[in-house]
Design a binder for this molecule. Structure first.
Ligand SMILES: O=C(O)CCC(=O)C(=O)O
Ligand SMILES: [Fe+2]
Length: 308
């Protein structure tokens, strides 16, 4: 594993947003090594097995995120993309507004076709997606929380979410402002409980094409940081400590629910800006399932109406 070895040696345990590659002129919080490996990151990347290693746990505890390569093969990615498209066509034709009280975000693709840009609870609408959540390696991640009652949020929060970003005039979703995912507990009137958000990336995405930006180490700085570091969903301004992720389709990332992050808009327009990624929460604490009768929470409305 070249990637791993090379990155680990450089990595000082602090991802400070500085670019270690002198020949790289990008200001994107992470670096490409002179175009050699577009997917190189200045932090270590790992392989997800049934059980986490001490190194993986240590990295996550310190930084609040972790990146695993090739969680699913490319053929599986293609199967998931096809399945999502079939479900999209059904939701568009039936004009569904919400799933379990979570607003569905619609937009228009480059070819003028109406598309779903944010699905929720996809696992409840497809066996193929439900089965992704049954992968035994996901249970290995529970250790990052350590609570006895950890579970995959199949019917909690927003279930399995599928985000489809594209940068065009008719798109309604090309970016996502600064936020933490744990804020939703407050809107739900719940105590903030440890949670993880697990991302399964379905497009190759390098930092020069927008994408996920996170601020390492902001997950354990206390409630004031969690509430007030940025203006939730409104602020999009790059942070000098943010780190962008270079991911390949099939990679898996995990971030702590309290970690500050955003999705940067691609500087490109059209096909090149397309980015699709699924998220499923790993939760603990009180079981709060959502059902057909659930009403949208304020934060869910915010995501629905902002981030064009
Ligand atoms: O699209 C991403 O990578 C992040 C999405 C996200 O932060 C969210 O849906 O809460
Ligand atoms: Fe998020």
């Amino acid at each position: 594993m070249d990637l791993n070895g090379a990155a680990t040696k450089n990595f000082k345990g602090e991802v400070n947003g500085k670019n270690h590659s002198p020949s790289n002129g990008h200001h994107n919080g992470n670096g490409h090594v002179n175009g050699k490996d577009r997917f190189h990151n200045n932090y270590p990347v790992f392989q997800l097995e049934e059980k986490l290693t001490e190194e993986q746990k240590k990295f996550f505890d310190k930084n609040g995120f972790i990146h695993f390569k090739n969680f699913i093969p490319k053929e599986k990615v293609n199967e998931l993309l096809r399945e999502a498209e079939a479900i999209q066509n059904e939701w568009v034709s039936k004009d569904y507004k919400m799933i379990n009280g979570v607003p569905i975000k619609y937009g228009t693709d480059v070819d003028g076709k109406k598309i779903v840009q944010r699905f929720a609870f996809l696992n409840q609408h497809s066996e193929i997606f439900a089965n992704v959540l049954k992968d035994s390696r996901l249970k290995g991640l529970f250790e990052l929380i350590g609570a006895a009652d950890c579970r995959i949020g199949e019917s909690e929060k927003d279930g399995l979410v599928f985000n489809h970003y594209i940068n065009t005039d008719e798109s309604n979703f090309s970016q996502l402002g600064w936020h933490t995912d744990a804020l939703r507990d407050i809107f739900q009137g719940q105590k903030i409980m440890p949670m993880l958000n697990v991302g399964i990336h379905l497009d190759n995405s390098t930092t020069d094409n927008g994408g996920l930006r996170l601020i390492p180490g902001t997950h354990n700085k206390g409630i004031r940081t969690m509430l007030f570091k940025k203006i939730y969903f409104i602020s999009h301004k790059p942070d000098k400590k943010e780190v962008g992720l270079n991911v390949e389709a099939g990679d898996l990332t995990v971030h702590d629910g309290r970690l500050w992050h955003r999705v940067a808009r691609s500087p490109f327009v059209g096909e090149k800006s397309r980015r699709r990624v699924m998220y499923v929460p790993i939760v603990s604490g009180k079981y709060v399932p959502r059902s057909e009768n659930s009403k949208p929470l304020l934060y869910q409305r915010l995501i629905a109406i902002t981030n064009k």
